[in-house]
Design a protein around this ligand. Sequence first.
Ligand code: NAD
Ligand code: UGA
Length: 450
Amino acid sequence: MVKICCIGAGYVGGPTMAVIAVKCPAIEVVVVDISKPRIDAWNSDKLPIYEPGLDEVVKACRGKNLFFSTDVEKHVAEADIIFVSVNTPTKTRGLGAGKAADLTYWESAARMIADVSKSDKIVVEKSTVPVKTAEAIEKILTHNSKGINYQILSNPEFLAEGTAIEDLFKPDRVLIGGRETPEGRKAVQALKEVYAHWVPEENIITTNLWSAELSKLAANAFLAQRISSVNAMSALCEATGANVSEVSYAIGKDSRIGPKFLNASVGFGGSCFQKDILNLVYICECNGLPEVANYWKQVIKINDYQKSRFVNRVVSSMFNTVSGKKVAILGFAFKKDTGDTRETPAIDVCKGLLGDKAHVSIYDPEVTEDQIQRDLAMNKVSVVWDAYEATKGAHAVCILTEWNQFKELDYQKIFDNMQKPAFIFDGRNVVDAEKLRGIGFIVYSIGKPL
Ligand code: NAD
Ligand code: UGA
């Protein structure tokens, strides 16, 4: 029986391993983490992350061939294939602070693997890492040369939160990079066989290590660049009377452009786009490519511009001040179908409104009050468990996450209970603006005529 161990039971490690376990009953999969509360949650009825379809997959194989444990060393020592799926945040201090990836967690995982291993291992980079990381990892793994053979593979993950299970069941592609040596090719083949249980062969791409590492950063940069491009257009639409949804539809019909990732918004969030682009920028700078670095930096600048443009629009529309006014925030997660708030644009928007002394009342169906309070550290906000409660007595409503339920609210009831004039600022273009104007709201949609 092949044994897999995954270090890091987070948004990637948990769902990815659960899907491998459910698709490969003959493989034993153990997910390990240093965080006891996280492992306890994976072993409980209330999983640590909200992801549609995840509960069913975990329940189908937990205790059979899927296990969650804090006994990191034991399971690493026993495994044939070790996935490393630890967090790789942006460095906050020292060389490269604010841009470079912080590989502290990765390095400590690699050192631990080197210390406890007694047999040959395939070590898989699942986390998103800078190009050339495998070279550094190789040095760490072999530092106490016990004669063990390590093969390092890059197998970046492309799942998106909210659709993780769908994405894992039917990935557009699986990418595996390895050394171009007989041992390297053998390791690539071994990992390919795991995925081949459910992914068609033609969707499993194999490349050299550096191409695989760089492709992950490139994919996220391209995706984020599309959003910044359409968000830049949304500002021009507002200035000219064009409608960004019509523009997106028209350009997306060109098969060379395609329709996905062209929804204008209050800005992209999530733990990865900004972090990975900053990392890419840093790598370009380190390689003496300032023009390339500046090109990608612009994607983040437009995203910051979009978030502050939204706040400015709210304040300027409400007679240049929100001081003492109640503003309801509908949606705090960085996108629908997740409780994740990492880098959510809602944080910047709330901080902007609080800076102008607004009273902010927040409702999100999946984000806990604790999380919101932590994200808005020290700022006084109220968190409620109902959209009607949040909007009661409010001067304005800001929709910041595209939760389906926000399309179906009783807006007449909301209007009746609000201060007048009643404003709606739709940061996700989810409501029917014309219908709401019929009720009496003043509606601002991203990239659309007033
Ligand atoms: P996460 O923070 O949710 O999970 C990481 C986990 O690793 C944490 O539970 C942490 O306790 C654990 N950990 C850290 N160091 C450890 C160690 N030495 N030993 C054992 N456990 C350790 O992070 P995530 O969102 O799952 O992201 C992980 C990686 O995957 C990142 O590099 C990220 O860029 C990448 N990625 C994330 C997504 C996503 O949608 N979140 C998608 C694709 C790729
Ligand atoms: C993104 C990528 O889509 C994944 O392929 C990748 O694996 C992952 O990052 C990662 O490396 O972490 P994720 O951040 O989970 O996934 O979610 P997305 O669906 O990409 O959304 C990111 C942000 O962009 C959200 O705030 C979303 O609302 C916003 N967005 C997305 C738009 O504003 N407009 C769009 O058209 C699409």
